[in-house]
Design a protein around this ligand. Structure first.
Ligand code: DON
Length: 320
């Protein structure tokens, strides 16, 4: 491949010359927390070592810094929703996605059926399961296989390497995801899905089962922070305006009913997943990723939130 642009350093942001020791500080301060529980509604997720803990930061000039279990692989789960949303917005545009999927917080759990019923079957936003399944249904491709390949290829471009399916996680979730199948069929009953609901859930389940580590997630986040250009590969993945759309939706909905608390404490958009990952995007600066499997009652990693709060304060990331 030719024409990969040379990355120009953004120069020293305040405090960033010390990013390595701040990462160790975030790790030390958060590792002691053992509250929260590992997700078990997807049976295989309960088998994880709950003490795993990794943090990685990828700067928009391409610098990558890590501590702990930063290259331990886990399934991306709901973090995939942010990146599939960006890819779908890129394909079908701000207006259509805004109307069909929505951008408002439900104030309810990520897998709420009540939220759908309260809103005439409208999914409300792309980060809850209903909205994510509806978004995946809009992925280009006539067949489920074509849609899956589009998602796998697109998320891989965000990460800068080929991401692969964790077949064990996929099979575990596919065998137990009755609730997501119910949500998809409810969407169909309201006339809000143009494809077979079970096909849409299947592609969504595969998307959630892609294997990543915190380095991948940090680079994926840094791509959104960098206006859509992957800072490690130099490839443009989505347009700058798509990053703006995605980040504003994440700010409002990335942590479900706890999104307000996240924004209040951390001040930049992020997205969590039930396997224990969190990606945080500091626009123009960096992507941050944490992995620690113990979750709070909304499904967000406890240590991950602590570590990210520490880094946001010490690196001055809060955009407000
Ligand atoms: O659909 C599900 O329930 C999972 N595949 C993903 C949920 C998730 O990650 C929620 N996050 N905190």
């Amino acid at each position: 491949v030719t024409g990969v642009p040379e990355r120009v350093s953004t120069g020293a942001l305040p405090g960033w010359d010390d990013v390595e020791s701040l990462l160790h500080g975030a790790y030390e301060r958060s590792a002691a927390a053992t509250d929260g529980v590992v997700a078990d509604y997807i049976p295989i997720l309960a088998a994880v070592d709950p003490d795993l803990f990794g943090i990685c930061v990828a700067e928009v000039d391409g610098g990558v810094h890590a501590v702990g279990d930063a290259v331990h692989e886990f399934s991306i789960q709901s973090i995939s929703k942010a990146f599939t949303y960006a890819l779908v917005c890129q394909e079908i545009g701000h207006e259509v996605v805004g109307v069909r999927i929505g951008v408002n917080n439900t104030g309810l759990a990520f897998n709420s059926v009540v939220a759908l019923e309260l809103n005439d079957g409208h999914p409300m936003n792309p980060m809850v399961n209903a909205g994510a399944i509806a978004t995946t249904a809009l992925v280009p491709g006539v067949t489920p296989t074509a849609k899956w390949e589009f998602v796998q290829d697109g998320l891989s471009r965000f990460a800068g390497r080929r991401l692969t399916l964790d077949v064990t996680v996929y099979e575990s979730e596919a065998a137990t995801n009755l609730r997501n199948r119910g949500i998809a069929q409810l969407l169909e009953s309201y006339g809000r899905l143009d494809v077979d609901p079970l096909d849409a859930v299947d592609v969504y389940t595969k998307q959630c089962s892609l294997r990543v580590n915190t380095r991948d997630l940090a680079i994926m986040g840094a791509t959104l922070a960098d206006g859509g250009v992957n800072p490690v590969t130099g490839e443009r993945v989505v347009d700058e305006s798509i990053c703006r759309d995605t980040l504003s939706v994440l700010a409002a909905t990335g942590f479900y009913e706890r999104s307000g608390e996240w924004l209040f404490e951390i001040g930049v958009p992020g997205k969590s997943g039930v396997s224990g990952g969190i990606v945080t995007i500091a626009p123009g600066k960096a992507g941050l990723a944490t992995f620690s499997p113990r979750l709070d009652s909304a499904g967000n990693s406890v240590r991950g939130q602590r570590a990210t709060a520490y880094l946001s304060r010490t690196l001055g990331l809060n955009v407000f």
